[in-house]
Design a protein around this ligand. Structure first.
Ligand code: ADP
Ligand code: MG
Length: 260
């Protein structure tokens, strides 16, 4: 069974791309077949994966001009990639005129999704039509967030969007988990917000907390995930722990299934 996860938060700089790249790499290392989709026109996930992408990217796929399988390419990070090109920024406008505009990504993934165990979609920092496409295509949403004062307000807007998508376009959409990122335990406010999250969201919160760690910020400029850049770093260890938490949720294989 393929699991499609949208990494979303309309706030920029909360660790969406860092999480998408590093969870994808850690799951691939565990033998899972993983596809990473860069849905952000800024292309950070594409660059951070050292991927130039194929000639045709996600833009062409969303507009129905190219089949997804022709836009997917392997990376040296262990996962395949459907890359963003700069032209993706125009997709928002063009899609607005298109039929089935919220379902474009879901439809494009249908023919190829069985080739993967996990598909991660790195969303842009907006509750835009592109993000809605991710929420309609996904089984669940992974929400990275920094434990700071305005984090909870932003969360309300995101949860509202998720509720609307569930009501109209994708009733099966669930929350994969809220992930505390860039966490600094010396910061009293961070601890307070983290406590609030635990009270409000309980088991929807990942147990793993991603610390603030400079290795995580350095890795993208080398075009590799942190487990390849500095495996012993606290950042790498945290994302390996997060991947283990995600893997622990996998249903046990049915008798006769081949091992992954
Ligand atoms: P988003 O995709 O939500 O905009 P990014 O993943 O690009 O956020 O992260 C924003 C910036 O913070 C990037 O420069 C990234 O390298 C850095 N960063 C992300 N997570 C961490 C972390 N845990 N510790 C230190 N720096 C981080
Ligand atoms: Mg990003």
């Amino acid at each position: 069974m393929t699991r499609i996860i949208a990494t979303a938060n309309q706030k920029g700089g909360v660790g969406k791309t860092t999480t998408s790249i590093n969870v994808a790499a850690a799951l691939a290392e565990q033998g899972r077949r993983v596809l990473l989709i860069d849905l952000d026109p800024q292309g950070n996930a594409t660059m951070g994966s050292g991927a130039a992408g194929t000639e045709r990217g996600l833009y062409d796929v969303l507009l129905g001009e190219v089949e997804a399988r022709h836009a997917i390419a392997p990376t040296a990070c262990g996962y395949d990639m459907l890359a963003a090109h700069a032209d993706l920024s125009g997709a928002e406008l063009e899609l607005a005129q298109a039929s089935q505009r919220e379902r474009r990504l879901r439809q494009a993934l249908a023919p190829i999704q069985d080739n993967y165990d996990y598909i991660y979609i790195d969303c842009p920092p907006a509750l835009s039509l592109l993000t809605v496409n991710a929420l309609v295509a996904a089984d669940a949403v992974l929400i990275p967030m920094q434990c700071e004062y305005y984090a909870l307000e932003g969360l309300t807007a995101l949860l509202g969007t998720i509720r609307r998508v569930r009501g109209q376009l994708n009733p099966a959409l669930t929350i994969e988990g809220l992930l505390r990122t860039m966490f600094d335990p010396r910061n009293g406010l961070a601890l307070e917000v983290s406590d609030q999250l635990t009270r409000h969201f309980g088991n929807q919160l990942f147990q793993t907390i991603i610390p603030r760690n400079v290795r995580l910020a350095e890795a993208p400029s080398h075009g590799v995930p942190v487990i390849q850049y500095d495996r012993s770093s606290r950042g790498a260890q945290a994302y390996l722990a997060l991947a283990a938490e995600i893997l622990a949720r996998e249903p046990p294989p049915a008798a006769g299934d081949p091992p992954p």
